[in-house]
Design a protein around this ligand. Structure first.
Ligand SMILES: [Fe+2]
Ligand SMILES: [Fe+2]
Length: 276
């Protein structure tokens, strides 16, 4: 029942501006100072500085081990997002140009997160990440083959984007200074993508409603499982699972409000995560 409790407790708008609200002035000052010394210390902060700030030790083996999987998930997620937007463009050819722009942004994100791993001297565990995304990947591919644009948009532009936004929100306050700067830039773009999905589904809600509800029932439980699966590694990075879940549901709920669902309909759709 914890899921539904956090859902209602955290219900409400979560705007991009709020990302910076979490960062206290002292953190920003230290981050700026450590960025200047990033050449001497690739993570941008020494173990002593990190501990003093209550941040993880970015150079520890346990951090790097967890980061190799989390970072791989992020890289794979950005790659999937790129491929998915290109694919969606084949289903709505009149939108292909716009969707190609979104896809390009995803590749830029991917390159940014690849640089984050290099900066920490970490090799991303890509086979793990491919496996992690497989169920959602397969559902997307099936929907694509059937020409189900509504399902494709729900998976990519609502669920994956909301998942990414929540992960980046929770990561930013505990990230190393180099990764923090990159992630802050990325999260703004992800809102643009979420917005794209919202607007398309809103404009087509009359015909999309039934497919949307069914696609949600099939795919929201997968996202819940992904959030659960990542919890152990996320905890090593000081990212709290309940915060991740709450933030995800916040973004997801906001998106569905924008699409035109009532609170009761959204609660019912969110319940799919509990029973799936
Ligand atoms: Fe992205
Ligand atoms: Fe995106």
């Amino acid at each position: 029942m914890r899921l539904s409790q956090t859902f209602f407790a955290r219900a409400g708008p979560f705007l991009p501006e709020m990302v910076t609200v979490d960062a206290t002035p002292i953190l920003i000052q230290v981050a700026m100072a450590t960025l200047e010394t990033a050449v001497a210390s690739p993570s941008g902060a020494s173990a002593v500085e990190s501990q003093a700030l209550g941040l993880p030790d970015f150079s520890s083996d346990s951090y790097k081990d967890a980061y190799s999987r989390i970072n791989a998930i992020v890289i794979e997620g950005e790659q999937e997002a790129h491929d998915n937007y290109i694919s969606i463009g084949t289903l709505i050819p009149e939108q292909a140009e716009e969707l190609t722009k979104l896809a390009r942004m995803e590749l830029k994100h991917m390159r940014g997160f690849t640089a984050c791993a290099s900066n920490l001297g970490v090799t991303a565990d890509m086979p793990f990440a491919k496996e992690f995304f497989l169920p959602l990947h397969q559902n997307f591919q099936t929907a694509l083959a059937e020409g189900k644009v509504v399902t494709c948009l729900l998976i990519q532009a609502i669920l994956i984007e909301a998942f990414a936004i929540s992960a980046y929100h929770i990561y930013i306050p505990v990230a190393d200074p180099f990764a923090r700067k990159i992630t802050e830039g990325v999260v703004k773009d992800e809102y643009t993508h979420l917005n794209y999905g919202q607007e398309w589904l809103k404009a087509n809600l009359d015909t999309a409603r039934q497919e949307l509800e069914q696609a949600n029932r099939q795919n929201l439980p997968l996202v819940r499982k992904m959030l659960e699966q990542v919890a152990g590694d996320a905890a090593v990075l000081q990212m709290d699972q309940e915060d991740l879940m709450a933030d995800f549901l916040s973004s997801y709920q906001e998106a569905l409000v924008e699409v035109g669902f009532t609170n009761r309909e959204i609660a019912k759709m969110a319940a799919a995560a509990l029973v799936g």
